[in-house]
Design a protein around this ligand. Sequence first.
Ligand SMILES: [Zn+2]
Length: 254
Amino acid sequence: MAPTEALQPCIVLRLQAYGEADEIAVLLHPLRGRVDAIARAARKSRSRFSGLAPFAEVGAMLQSGRGRLPNLREVVALGPGLGDAPSWTALCLASHATDLAAQCAQPEHEDTRLYAWLRHAIAAVREGTAGRARGLRVGIEATLLDALGVLADLQVCARCHRSTAAGAAWPDPEAGLLCSACASIDKVGLPADVVLALALVVDDPRRLHDLAPALGSAAAGVAAHRIAQRVAQVVPGVRKGSELLREAIAADEG
Ligand SMILES: [Zn+2]
């Protein structure tokens, strides 16, 4: 890392108090992956760090310090983050997304797909969660799996490679979908509209917010379950914090 650098785009995953007045910012950088940096005296004065807030996309100026972690010299906001006065549900969903990103990102590891995924996830949550919380979770997790390259192909049968567009079963989260011909009729758990909604959101994560109602419908329950199982397989640390998220989703539906 060069001694001082220009402002670079990052998303703030987490902030934690450090020492008397410092803060450690856990950042996601599209080319460098996870960067942990120290914001000196950030808890005394926010003047150099006005944009430093969880979920915000910021321009960050980093400088290598004497210690192990780089210093954060300056931070400016680049985008609206989660917006003003986000709801409790929005905070829970966005925290879930940033927790996933923090678990998946590695230091000095370029991952522009993970970065783009997190931007879309936070934008979809910012657009509104009322009545959408369950579908947003499903969509956020499905698009993460796709960004990581570990989501089964949803559009073809894992056994016969015919289309799943008429509806499908999903017996195994890793192996993928079975068409209605390969699955016994009583095991077809995903109707055509759910398969289509999943395929559309994976194809274009900018549609996360629009597709959330379809992804959170009762008919999408099997998909929600299989996607959550797959996430638990590939991101083992993610269970932490999910109790609050479940409560928030239940409250959203209540
Ligand atoms: Zn088949």
